[in-house]
Design a protein around this ligand. Structure first.
Ligand code: URA
Length: 441
């Protein structure tokens, strides 16, 4: 018989656990371990854990509780052992943003400089795209690899971007699905534990976090983003991982494109030594942090200039069944949004562009939905650019004519034009984590 958590036998009573948290108390290590293990095996009901998650959402967790909660999620599955690799391992995780194709460039770039980058990723949900959805726009690309294949590719090529297997942190899979339908996603401790348990399980020795701040990000408030970053850095330290976080701008889309094949094409431009300045700046800042943590003294900008990063990308794509020379799919239909006056673009709202790309088919509403490889938005002008009345500001790409009206509706008010350019801002706001070593140390 399924144990509902209140019958004789279990070590703890889930209702007591919920009450403790509801009333602002502290959960013991044993209660946390028991709750996560019992929920993973189905012995505690969804509605009980929903109540606990809401209590955590409202009351928070102490650092000790959070560390144990993360450990318990980690222990619900396997932990990949990458210690046998000859290269130092370092990964990057982004909290997600519109047009965020940085991983596509960063993994081969940092690998070309000598590190091993095990990017075990997820698929996109909502208005930010998933890295795997982008890569799967490449004909033949395979995202599902075994752990042995991951290890072999890391040793030979230096990078892999593939799906995290079901054996990694299975408790998080259940908890995240429950949070999604109970209004408990936006909790700093729950987000931190969810992300860090998966990254620790993947076996990397060090990690750089790209914590996005702005309208297109999870966190719209800079102080909340900094707290999330500090929380994840501390969790990494508790589990023997060196972690650095960069807070980066996400008020406007990163680069010029949002949409799967469109973003792959733009990532290849950067790998070939070109690409938009904001995308390049974020990519190089993250690459320098990753190389610093890996103990590699190399200039990532040189690896973009000399073709070695692009060569590594081609090897990674080919190793995962993709054809690096194949033409990327293109949308059948392209419509435009034009400037209604002359002036300077002072705002191009990331969230609106993300929702428009999503409505065109680039993203999914439920995790089982298919995504379109070709749908998306191209930003022909970005904040700071001067346009004349009638110039194209945005292009909407898609295959389904029925989707365009709702995509246009998402963009109402998303572009602001003024007589003078607005103030320019750095794309990297802040660094949180282990101190950077001085040159020559
Ligand atoms: N991404 C995750 O993996 N988990 C969260 O809780 C939020 C974002």
């Amino acid at each position: 018989m399924a144990d509902d958590g209140r019958t004789a036998g279990p070590a703890h009573d889930i209702v007591d656990v919920i009450r403790t948290k509801r009333d602002g108390g502290t959960l013991s290590d044993a209660e946390i371990d028991w709750t996560i293990a019992s929920y993973t095996e189905g012995a505690v009901a969804d509605e009980q854990v929903s109540a606990l998650l809401m209590a955590i959402f409202l009351r928070g967790m102490s650092p000790a509780e959070l560390s144990r909660w993360t450990e318990a999620i980690l222990s619900s599955g396997e932990r990949i052992d990458l210690s046998g690799l000859t290269r130092p391992t370092v990964d990057k995780h982004s909290t997600g943003g519109v047009g965020d194709k940085v991983s596509l460039v960063l993994a081969p770039l940092v690998a070309a400089c000598g590190a091993a980058v095990p990017q075990l990723s997820g698929r996109g949900l909502g208005h930010t795209g998933g890295t795997l959805d982008k890569l799967e726009a490449i004909p033949g690309f395979r995202s599902t690899l075994t752990v042995d294949q991951v290890r072999a590719q890391l040793e030979r090529v230096g990078c892999v971007i593939c799906a995290a297997g079901p054996g990694l942190a299975p408790a998080d899979r259940k908890l995240y699905a429950l949070r999604d339908v109970t209004g408990t996603v936006e909790s700093i401790p729950l987000i931190a534990a969810s992300i860090m348990s998966k990254k620790i399980a993947e076996g990397t020795s060090s990690l750089v976090l790209d914590v996005k701040v702005g309208s297109g990000a999870f966190m719209t408030d800079r102080e909340a983003a900094a707290e999330l970053a500090r929380t994840m850095v501390a969790l990494g330290r508790d589990h023997g991982l060196d972690v650095v976080a960069l807070l980066t701008a996400m008020d406007t889309p990163l680069g010029a494109t949002a949409g799967n094949a469109l973003e792959v094409a733009e990532a290849i431009e950067v790998l070939a030594g070109g690409g938009p300045a904001d995308l390049l700046a974020v990519t190089l800042a993250l690459a320098r942090e990753m190389l610093g943590l890996a103990g590699i003294d190399a200039d990532p900008a040189a690896a973009l200039r000399d073709g070695s990063a692009l060569a590594c990308w081609r090897e990674m794509v080919a190793a995962q069944g993709g054809d690096p020379d194949a033409e990327l799919p293109r949308a059948r239909l392209v419509e435009t949004v034009r400037a209604d006056r002359s002036g300077y673009v002072t705002r191009l709202d990331a969230r609106a562009v993300g929702v428009a790309a999503w409505r065109l088919g680039a993203g999914r509403a439920r995790k089982e939905d298919p995504v379109s490889a070709t749908a998306g938005v191209v930003c022909r002008a970005k904040p700071g650019d001067e346009v004349r009345v009638g110039d194209v500001v945005l292009e909407l790409h898609g295959d389904d004519p029925a989707r365009f009206d709702r995509a246009r509706a998402a963009l109402a008010g998303a572009v602001e034009l003024a007589d003078a350019p607005g103030p320019t801002a750095d794309v990297v706001y802040e660094r949180i984590g282990v101190p950077r070593e001085a040159p020559g140390d």
